[in-house]
Design a protein around this ligand. Structure first.
Ligand SMILES: CSC[C@@H](O)[C@@H](O)C(=O)COP(=O)(O)O
Length: 357
């Protein structure tokens, strides 16, 4: 089935740590639901299984979801090679739809799917398969490079001996590798600029407690985990110079959708004279959306709030609200850092100019 692929296209396993691997024409994902207790890789051969893995949080984090979806399209083309040979792309387009619906807020997902769709539309025959695989690998490889650039730009804003606070996980696990917010922290740490990181635990999926603490511990970066409720106390009683977070979607006016709780932190940061940095690749910008109000916010199952890792903690029958993201307005953000540079005090005009260069 995959004889069209050359050796370079059958596998891409990045040299540095990545939660995503393309291995012998199949997709492998590190199951992030099991971390840090277990390191288990799952193997995928079909796009619907990949869409389910994205929805179920096997893989999460906006750039990582985009990369995964791109490989999902490559898998779909491989599976439907015969139909593709007849110029029939119906099944692949249905798979793309399903991948697009797996998580609604992270625009990187739609961005990656659009890249793949354009290639498929230009060459709707079996010869497109190697091009699709090569594109997914390119998106993966490029994301790692972009994270290193984001790291360098973001670190240039950080003074030596800084204490920073991060939320959720915008690390290697949430990207192709290295991370966006954690990319900045990793790079700044390598320049001896980071004295201490506070990581918010991030209910209900505990990305801060399970993933960020794990990544930072492995990198040898001094980290203290704090509960969400302790954020105000922590910013009040410690000299924290920067809150550094990632993003799932950034509107044309600089409004940032990111893990729910980011907005709270930005308000607290302003009160405590602490700056807020958002680190994200340009694929996180949705310039078709003019303001944060238009960003779709994913609502997840109530059980994620009423239960803790499968154990009921709230009374049976209680109703819960579970928005997965919130929107921070640009006036609470001091800098947005992309692979292309820094947008200080972001607004629509500065964002427009950033991408015109
Ligand atoms: C580089 S990851 C940026 C964001 O995707 C991240 O901060 C975040 O909110 C992740 O949410 P998640 O629900 O874990 O996918």
């Amino acid at each position: 089935m995959t004889s069209l692929l050359n050796e370079q296209q059958t596998s891409f396993i990045p040299e540095e740590f990545s939660p995503i691997r393309w291995s012998q024409s199949a997709l492998e994902l590190l199951d992030q639901r099991k971390l840090p207790a277990q390191t288990e890789w799952l193997r995928f051969n079909t796009a619907p299984d990949v869409a389910k893995a994205i929805h179920d949080m096997v893989v999460r984090g906006a750039p990582a979801i985009g990369i995964t979806a791109a490989y999902g399209v490559a898998l779909s083309a491989i599976e439907h090679q015969q139909a593709l040979g007849r110029g029939d792309t119906t099944a692949i387009n249905q798979d793309i739809e399903q991948l697009a619906e797996s998580r609604p807020t992270a625009i990187n997902l739609m961005w990656a799917l659009n890249q793949m769709k354009t290639i498929l539309a230009a060459q709707p025959n079996a010869q497109v398969i190697p091009t699709l695989v090569a594109e997914a690998i390119k998106i993966h490889q490029q994301d790692i490079e972009f994270c290193h650039s984001i790291g360098r730009h973001g670190a240039s804003l950080i003074e030596p001996q800084s204490t920073v606070y991060t939320h959720c996980n915008a690390g290697a696990l949430a990207t192709g590798g290295h991370g966006t917010a954690l990319g900045v922290i990793r790079t700044a740490f390598s320049q001896n600029k980071i004295a201490q990181v506070f990581a918010g635990e991030t209910r209900p999926w505990l990305q801060g407690a399970r993933l960020t603490s794990w990544e930072l511990q492995q990198a040898g970066i001094p980290t203290r985990l704090v509960t969400e409720g302790a954020a105000g106390h922590t910013l009040k009683n410690n000299e924290v110079q920067w809150v550094i977070v990632g993003a799932d979607r950034i509107a044309a006016d600089g409004s940032v959708a990111n893990k729910v709780g980011t907005y709270n932190l930005a308000i607290l940061a302003r009160h405590h004279h602490c700056k807020v940095m958002v680190a994200a690749p340009s694929s996180t910008f949705d310039l078709t959306i003019h303001s944060g109000e238009d960003i779709p916010i994913e609502q997840r199952a109530e059980e994620e709030v009423t239960q803790l890792q499968g154990i009921q903690i709230a009374p049976e029958g209680i109703s819960a609200l579970n928005p997965s993201f919130d929107v921070t307005p640009p006036e609470l953000i001091d800098a947005i850092v992309t692979e292309q540079g820094i947008i200080e005090q972001p607004d629509a005009e500065k964002i427009r100019r950033h991408f015109q260069r």
